[in-house]
Write a protein that binds this ligand. Sequence first.
Ligand SMILES: NC(=O)C1=CN([C@@H]2O[C@H](COP(=O)(O)OP(=O)(O)OC[C@H]3O[C@@H](n4cnc5c(N)ncnc54)[C@H](OP(=O)(O)O)[C@@H]3O)[C@@H](O)[C@H]2O)C=CC1
Ligand SMILES: [Mg+2]
Length: 431
Amino acid sequence: MYQSPRRLCSALLQRDASGLRRLTTPGLRRQSPPPAAAPRPASPRLLAAASAASGAARSCSRTVCSMGNGTSRLYSALAKALNSSAASQHPEYLVSPDPEHLEPIDPKELLEECRAVLHTRPPRFQRDFVDLRTDCPSSHPPIRVMQWNILAQALGEGKDNFVQCPVEALKWEERKCLILEEILAYQPDILCLQEVDHYFDTFQPLLSRLGYQGTFFPKPWSPCLDVEHNNGPDGCALFFLQNRFKLVNSANIRLTAMTLKTNQVAIAQTLECKESSRQFCIAVTHLKARTGWERFRSAQGCDLLQNLQNITQGAKIPLIVCGDFNAEPTEEVYKHFASSSLNLNSAYKLLSADGQSEPPYTTWKIRTSGECRHTLDYIWYSKHALSVRSALDLLTEEQIGPNRLPSFNYPSDHLSLVCDFSFNEEPDGLL
Ligand SMILES: NC(=O)C1=CN([C@@H]2O[C@H](COP(=O)(O)OP(=O)(O)OC[C@H]3O[C@@H](n4cnc5c(N)ncnc54)[C@H](OP(=O)(O)O)[C@@H]3O)[C@@H](O)[C@H]2O)C=CC1
Ligand SMILES: [Mg+2]
C-alpha cells in the first residue's frame, strides 16, 4: 500500500544560534565528496519507466519534429484548443489519469536513482525549516505547500541567456534529477510549479506514482515553442497528494488584462482535507515577465483576484496563492494582493525580523545585461483562516556562489519556497 513520502522520514528539530528552531530532514542529503573509488552505477529503472510511459507522446513529437518546426505547430494548435475558454471547469484532458492504475514508487528508491545520476555533481545545498509557530495549536497535520518556478528546459537552454551557467549544468537528464531531489527532500502535500515543459513525459508519470494528482495548463503561446528541439509549451502545474485531499473543483484560468486575453495562465482548485474535512482553494500562476510590463501584470493580478474572489467568497473558504509574479514588492500587482479584500498575507514575510519584509531575493542570475537579483515569487494565504507553522529558509549568497543560478547544484534560477500551513481553529475575523 502506498505510504505518504512525508511519513517515511522523521524530522529532527534543531536550534541555531539565532534561537530560531530549525527543522532538518536527515537521510535525504547527497554525500560530498562523491565516492571516488566505485561510484554506484546509475540504474535509472524508475526514471526510465517514466520516459517509457510517455513513449507515445514522445515518438509523436519526434515524428512531427522531423517535418521541421512541427512540434511547435502541433503544441500551439493543442494549446489553442485547450485555451478556448477563459475559465473552464474540470476539463478532463488536463486532469491526470487515475494513478491507481500505475504501480506506486517508493520515494526512497526514486531518490536513490536520482542520486546515482547526480553522483558527479556537487552536494545539495543545506536549507532548514524555520519554526514560526504561534500559540494556536492544531489537531491536524500541517499542509506543506511548495512554490517553484523550475525553469523551462527550452528557455534555460535556448532563451534565458544565463551567461555564467555552463551548458552541461543544464543537461535535462541530470537537471530533472536535481528538481526531483528537491521535491523528494521536502515532500510537499501540494506542489505549485511554473515553467513546466516536461509535464507529460516526466512530472506527471513520476509524481502520480508517488501519490500525487496533477493538472497542467500550458501557456497559449509558450516562448518554448520558438526553441529548436523544444519539448512542447511551458505552463503552470499543480499537484496534490491524493491520500490527503479530495478534489472538489478545478478551474483553468487564462488571465485577462483590461478585458484582453493574455498569454499567462493560472490553475485554481478547491480541495477538501481528508483529515479535517475543511475545504480551501489553492491557486498557481506565472505573470508576464520583464520591465515595462508593470501595468499589464497589475491588470493580470486584478483578474486573478477577481476569479479567486468568485471561487472562494461564494464558498467562504480560505485561499493559498502561489506564483512567480515577476513583480517586486514595490509593484502595483503586489500591492493589490497585499490590500485585497481577500485578506491575504505573504508567507515569506514571516521570515523577516519584523514580519513585514519580503526576503531580499527569490531569483538570482547573471544575464548578458548583468546580474538580476529580485524578489518575484510569493505564497499568499488567508491570514485569518490559516497560520504558517514553518517556512524553508532561502539559500545564502555564499551558497548560491559567484556564478549565481542555475548551477551544477541548483537546477533553477528561482528558489523553491516551502511553507507548512495549519487551519486556525477559530478564524479571527472575516476570511
Ligand atoms: N506566435 C505568436 O503569435 C505569438 C507568440 N508569442 C511567443 O510568446 C513569447 C512571449 O511570451 P510571454 O508569455 O509574454 O513571455 P514573458 O515575457 O512572460 O517571458 C517568458 C519567459 O521568459 C523569461 N524571461 C524573463 N526575462 C527574460 C530576459 N530578460 N531574457 C530572457 N528570458 C526572460 C521569463 O522567465 P521568468 O518568469 O523566470 O523571469 C519567462 O518564463 C514571445 O517571445 C513569442 O515567442 C507570443 C504572442 C504571440
Ligand atoms: Mg524563467
